[in-house]
Design a protein around this ligand. Structure first.
Ligand code: PEP
Ligand code: MN
Length: 349
C-alpha cells in the first residue's frame, strides 16, 4: 500500500502516519520528493485498510497496490482451473454449451427441452426449481418437485445439470439433486450463501451481480474459495446500464479481463443478458469469439407459453443451428467444443 501525502503535509503529519503503521505491526518507508512525500507500507494490507489513514492530517490519498482477492487470482495457480462436470473438463482449452429451460414448469416441458438440447449437442442441462422473481405474484418455481424433474432430465439424457440455489437452508437439498449449483445475480453478495456453497465438494456457478464491478464479483468468488471450494465457474450475464432496449448490457470485456485476473473459467449467458431471443445467437457467437469458456442459453418448447422469461427463450428447433454456428466460431479461434473423451484425456484424467 502507498500513502501519498499532500504538498502541504508537515513532518509531523508524516511522522503520525508512520507511527500508526508501526503500531499496527507494519513498516513504513518514507520517500521525500521535491513537492510531496510518499510512504510505502509493508505488512498486513487488510489491517492497514482498516486504519483511519485516509482521514489523517496531510494525507492526500491511499492506494492499494496488490489485489484484494488472493485464492482466485491468476497468480495463485500455475495452471488455469479445469472443472470436471460429468464427462467434460470445463476450462480454458475448450468451449462448453449449457442449455435448457429457465424454469422447470412441467415434466413434459422440461423433458422436451432436455431431449432437444441433448440432440443439439450441448454438454450441460440447465433448469431451475427455484426462481428469483421481481414480482411476488410471478411463478416462483416448483421447488422440490422441480428438483425431482431435473433429476429425471439428467437420468434420461445422461447429461450433468446446473440449477439455482437461492438460500442457505436449501443448499444441501439442491446439492443432492444437481451437479452444479448456481448462485444467481441477485445473490452474488449474499455472503452467507457464498460461504455455504463454499463448503461443498461440487462446482458452483457464480453469476455476476446486477450492478457489480468485476472486482466485487471476484471478491464474491473469493468467499467461496476461502471455504475450500475452488470449483467456481464465473458467469457474465449482463449489467445494468441506461439502455432499455435490452434487459441488461452484456459486458463482453469481462471475459478477457477475468482471464487475465483469475485462473477461474468464465462463461456467458446471452439469454439473461439480452432478454431478447433474436440477440441470443449473435451474442453467443460473440462470446465464443472473445474467448469465453462456454455459454448458457434458455430453451423452451413453446416460449410463447413460458411461465418465466419466454421472450428470451429459443425454441427446441432453433438450438441445433445455433450450436452449429457456435462450433464454426469456436473452430475459427482454435477453441474446440468440449469433446467428452478427448477433453478429459487432455485434462490428464
Ligand atoms: C437465471 O439464469 O435463470 C437467472 C435468474 O439469471 P440471473 O441470476 O443472471 O438474473
Ligand atoms: Mn430466467
Amino acid at each position: 500500500m502507498v500513502v501519498v501525502m499532500s504538498p502541504k503535509a508537515t513532518d509531523q503529519d508524516v511522522a503520525r502516519v508512520v507511527e500508526v503503521v508501526e503500531d499496527a505491526g507494519g513498516e513504513a518507508f518514507v520517500s521525500r520528493g521535491k513537492t510531496r512525500t510518499i510512504i510505502g507500507l509493508v505488512g498486513d494490507t487488510e489491517r492497514f485498510m482498516a486504519l483511519p489513514i485516509p482521514g489523517m492530517p496531510g494525507v492526500e490519498s491511499v492506494m492499494r497496490i496488490g489485489k484484494p482477492y488472493k485464492l482466485v487470482a491468476r497468480e495463485a495457480r500455475a495452471e488455469t482451473t479445469k472443472i470436471r462436470v460429468g464427462n467434460i473438463a470445463l476450462g480454458r482449452d475448450t468451449f462448453a454449451v449449457i442449455a435448457g429451460p429457465c424454469a422447470i414448469e412441467t415434466e413434459d416441458q422440461a423433458m422436451t427441452a432436455a431431449r432437444a438440447v441433448k440432440a443439439a449437442g450441448a454438454h450441460i442441462l440447465r433448469g431451475d426449481a427455484y426462481k428469483h422473481r421481481t414480482s411476488p405474484y410471478a411463478f416462483q418455481g416448483l421447488a422440490k418437485r422441480g428438483l425431482e424433474i431435473l433429476a429425471g432430465m439428467r437420468q434420461e439424457t445422461g447429461m450433468p445439470t446446473v440449477t439455482e440455489v437461492m438460500n442457505t437452508a436449501d443448499v444441501e437439498l439442491v446439492a443432492s439433486y444437481s451437479d452444479i449449483l448456481r448462485v444467481g445475480a441477485r445473490n452474488m453478495q449474499n455472503f452467507e450463501l457464498l460461504k455455504e456453497v463454499g463448503k461443498l465438494h461440487q462446482p458452483v456457478m457464480l453469476k455476476r451481480g446486477l450492478s457489480s464491478t468485476i472486482e466485487e464479483w471476484l471478491m464474491a468468488a473469493e468467499y467461496i474459495a476461502n471455504q475450500g471450494n475452488e470449483e467456481i465457474i464465473l458467469c457474465e450475464r449482463g449489467i445494468r446500464t441506461y439502455e432499455t432496449m435490452t434487459r441488461n448490457t452484456l459486458d463482453l470485456s469481462a471475459v478477457p479481463l477475468v482471464h487475465n485476473l483469475s485462473h477461474l473459467p468464465i462463461i456467458v449467458d446471452p439469454s439473461h443478458a439480452s432478454g431478447r431471443r433474436e440477440l441470443v445467437g449473435p451474442l453467443a457467437r460473440a462470446a465464443v469469439a472473445v474467448g469465453a469458456d462456454g455459454v448458457m442459453m434458455d430453451v423452451h418448447p413453446r416460449p410463447e407459453a413460458a411461465l418465466c422469461d419466454g421472450p428470451q427463450a429459443i425454441t427446441c428447433d432453433e438450438i441445433g443451428d445455433l450450436i452449429a454456428d457456435i462450433v464454426s466460431v469456436a473452430k475459427a479461434i482454435g477453441k474446440p467444443l468440449a469433446d467428452p473423451k478427448q477433453n478429459l484425456a487432455a485434462a490428464g484424467e
